[in-house]
Design a protein around this ligand. Structure first.
Ligand code: 13P
Length: 253
């Protein structure tokens, strides 16, 4: 059985005060469930990671980074390494979030390097994949997701892939209020599991956790989580309100 995994990606939101109070509210609302019946992570902006990790140190809520750089150290102005992220208390790193792919211009090759850098630095990557609206409308969803997945996981052996979470985030559903229907999401999640089974094996595919992301909220979380291949949610907007995020977590415990 795959343990549900709910993560809140705060994106470029909160400040030094609100990041800590949000973390504390989530921690007190999940005291008896986090780490037991559900894995919970928060993914704050880099500059608040340390404060949030320290506010959560007595809890079972994990902390993740929104991005990571591909090199371990050196002259890369503005970038953050896996070792630095570990040092401030991170255990997860998002790799290839759609906003980094489509706003910043990250390529599949860069995303693959980020996955490898995270693993090499002892972090658990959350590899994000998902199609644009025009790609869905022209029936290219399977093609795009397959390409992003194969390239993102290029040259990684079984052992490495078992440490990865995949997040399927259709770009047209992110921040738009347009959630994929549970059936649309399930279809792509099952395609991802099938691909992993073909590239690796069915044991690995069965154990792999695949999150859905894109306007996940308290009123659609249960229906999404009821799908056989949806193992968790990567929540954006609704993770910024403790009550909404807690409500979402409640749907899986
Ligand atoms: P929203 O939940 O705001 O649509 O964001 C989803 C997302 O991009 C999480 O990484």
């Amino acid at each position: 059985m795959r343990k549900p995994f709910i993560a809140g990606n705060w994106k470029m939101n909160t400040d030094s005060h609100s990041s800590v109070s949000l973390a504390k509210a989530i921690s007190s609302g999940t005291q008896h469930v986090a780490g037991r019946s559900v894995d919970v992570a928060v993914i704050p902006p880099f500059v608040y990671l340390q404060a949030v990790a320290s506010a959560l140190s007595a809890s079972s809520i994990a902390v993740g980074a929104q991005d990571i750089y591909i090199e371990p150290k050196g002259a890369f102005t503005g970038e953050i390494s896996a070792a630095m992220l570990k040092d401030v208390g991170c255990s997860y790193a998002l790799c290839g979030h759609s906003e980094r792919r489509h706003v910043i211009g990250e390529t599949d090759e860069m995303v693959n390097k980020k996955v490898k850098a995270a693993l090499a630095g002892g972090l658990l990557p959350i590899l994000c994949v998902g199609e644009l609206r025009e790609e869905r409308e022209s029936d290219k969803t399977a093609e795009v997701v397959t390409r992003q997945l194969k390239n993102g996981l290029a040259d990684l052996g079984d052992e490495k892939v078992s440490a990865i979470t995949i997040a399927y985030e259709p770009v047209w559903a992110i921040g738009t209020g347009l959630t994929a229907t549970p059936q649309q999401a399930q279809e792509v999640h099952s395609l991802i599991r099938e691909l992993i089974s073909r590239i690796y094996d069915s044991r690995l595919a069965d154990a792999l956790r695949i999150q859905y992301g894109g306007s996940a909220k308290p009123d659609n979380a249960a229906e999404l989580m009821a799908q056989p291949d949806i193992d968790g949610l990567l929540v954006g907007g609704a993770s910024l309100k403790a009550d909404d995020f807690l409500e979402i977590i409640k749907t899986v415990v």
